[in-house]
Design a protein around this ligand. Structure first.
Ligand code: HEM
Length: 196
């Protein structure tokens, strides 16, 4: 069911969707008239933005670093902002239906997140996708585990959940839970109050 929203959409066989989102973010947020190296890259190497085959993480990092420089942000801050942007990017266009199906509250959404990536894996079989697990949930606080084969994406995860707080109409904060090194990284989301 979720896979139907990805198959047949503009994202079918499209390993460049993350790069396309970065290009859109730079286009939206860069000061007007500033030379945009990501747009130049898109023109020179369209295969990086719409491709039937997997790209290496080095290419993604290169595009991110280019985008961070254009926006005048340190890499960590860029990753946070890109996480927030990704939620808005996924919510509009064909991926919006997939986002809708994951759940109607933040706690439900965290529990449904793996379903989104299971559908993504059907469309993009070589993708290395993370897993999420809701560890604790109360009216004011959620703790979730992030399990990934990659390292260094924690600021991106923080930004994603800041974007989700906004999406669900909450004020709040997202922070990493310090614990013994483990294959799981835990985050705590404090729900301060609803904006609705
Ligand atoms: C329709 C919505 C979504 C789609 C289509 C999607 C798709 C993808 C794709 C294609 C990748 C890269 C895989 C690779 O290059 O190997 C990825 C990575 C990732 N996604 Fe999603 N995603 C969606 C929503 C979300 C949401 C809502 C979250 C969290 C709130 C999330 C968290 C992540 C993270 C943290 C990564 C980094 C990969 C890693 O840790 O190894 N995604 N996703």
């Amino acid at each position: 069911m979720l896979a139907d929203c990805i198959y047949g959409s503009e994202f079918d066989s499209m390993y460049g969707m993350i790069h396309k989102a970065i290009a859109e973010m730079v286009y939206e947020q860069a000061p007007e008239g500033l030379l945009d190296p990501v747009a130049e890259m898109k023109e020179g190497r369209p295969d990086l933005f719409f491709s039937p085959s997997m790209h290496s993480d080095e290419i993604t990092l290169e595009i991110m670093s280019c985008a961070a420089t254009t926006l005048g942000l340190p890499m960590e801050e860029f990753m946070i902002r890109f996480g927030e942007f990704w939620i808005r990017f996924a919510d509009r266009g064909p991926l919006g239906a997939v986002m809708q199906m994951a759940g109607g509250s933040l706690a439900e959404f965290i529990s449904g997140l793996d379903q989104i990536h299971v559908a993504v894996r059907e469309a993009l079989p070589s993708a290395l996708l993370p897993k999420f697990r809701l560890v604790e949930a109360s009216a004011t606080e959620l703790v979730f585990a992030y399990i990934s084969q990659r390292t260094g994406l924690e600021p991106f995860v923080c930004g994603l959940f800041q974007g989700l707080l906004l999406r669900f109409g909450h004020d709040g904060t997202v922070s990493r839970v310090l614990r013994e090194p483990d294959h799981e990284i835990w985050f705590r989301v404090i729900l301060e109050r609803s904006k609705c």
